[in-house]
Design a protein around this ligand. Sequence first.
Ligand SMILES: Nc1ncnc2c1ncn2[C@@H]1O[C@H](COP(=O)(O)OP(=O)(O)OP(=O)(O)O)[C@@H](O)[C@H]1O
Ligand SMILES: [Mg+2]
Length: 347
Amino acid sequence: MSLADLLSRRLLFTVGKGGVGRTTVTVALALEAVRRGKRVLVIEFEGARGLERALDAHRQARDPAPGLDRLTYLAVDGKRALEEYLEMIIPVRRLLRTIFDSAIYQYFVAAAPGLKELMAIGKIWYEANRADAEGDPRAANGNADDGPHPDLVIVDAPATGHSLQYLRMPQAAHEAFPVGLVHREAERVLSLLRDPSKTGVVVVSIAEEMPANETLEILAGLEGIGLQHAALVVNQVHAAPCSEEELDALRREAETVEPLEAAASDAALFVEAVRRAEEESGWARINATHVARLEAATRAPVALLPYVFCEEFGPEQVREIGRVLRARFEETSASAKPRGVGRGRAS
Ligand SMILES: Nc1ncnc2c1ncn2[C@@H]1O[C@H](COP(=O)(O)OP(=O)(O)OP(=O)(O)O)[C@@H](O)[C@H]1O
Ligand SMILES: [Mg+2]
């Protein structure tokens, strides 16, 4: 699969354990899509601010990425989405205010299991379908963003458990309400989510024991709700700076450095560099073990992204990640390997 294939969908979700790089991958994908002329809406759930902050940094960068004017941001709030929905089906404003202000409504929204999640996914469905939604009352309602409809919606989903909760909701609602309005709404959302030509889940992981375990659980969880993941991105992969033999030779040489000599700056630098090389090689070995486990668990393309060393991870690093992502996907589609793998060093 090429990156163009992935970005040709209507809706992408970036899911993964906390801190693995979901926001980074979301922004990198969005920048790639706008660079290709698409209009992109990126979404995060109300309360999360990581994506908004990352985008602000890109907009304020000295040398902003091309196409940023085609990128818009939305924070989706399940409660607000429910209100919008009710506004659509109950057009009497005064009645609505009374409902929204009532203690019973507040209690219902807080207590109904999964209601906010369902409404949030419904809102995402609506945004992803605006191109086709001309006949939908929500389009006439002009509720959210009256600009041109996006070609692609990318959702920076919350950390694992919560993401699956959101994604599971349409199916749960579909089963819980065998007929009626909720059933029909859930069915519409499900048919989009389960159509691999329109929706793709990009799972982001890092290649360490616990995060990889969690990623395997995510893959199983997605399958359990009938969602195929479109790609697996393994982020922050360390590469060995030299071969094991070279490392051995360096290590032996470093051991010959006398303590007094080690105080001298050149020798100290050498000893320190060897120590760092050992550390990097150690991480590279750990990463390789868990990359292999992750690869064995998926038939989707796997793209490895390098650990980027920098003083401060910011827009420039995200753009670098985007370039690598593009190259990795091109590799996987060019070499029609049974399992696409973006291997090797970053640069
Ligand atoms: N490839 C990388 N190389 C080095 N550091 C990285 C890389 N990717 C991400 N990071 C670091 O990890 C941090 C978290 O990344 P990011 O915000 O994308 O993760 P997240 O999964 O969205 O986290 P959260 O769960 O907090 O939303 C970044 O601020 C950056 O410091
Ligand atoms: Mg994030």
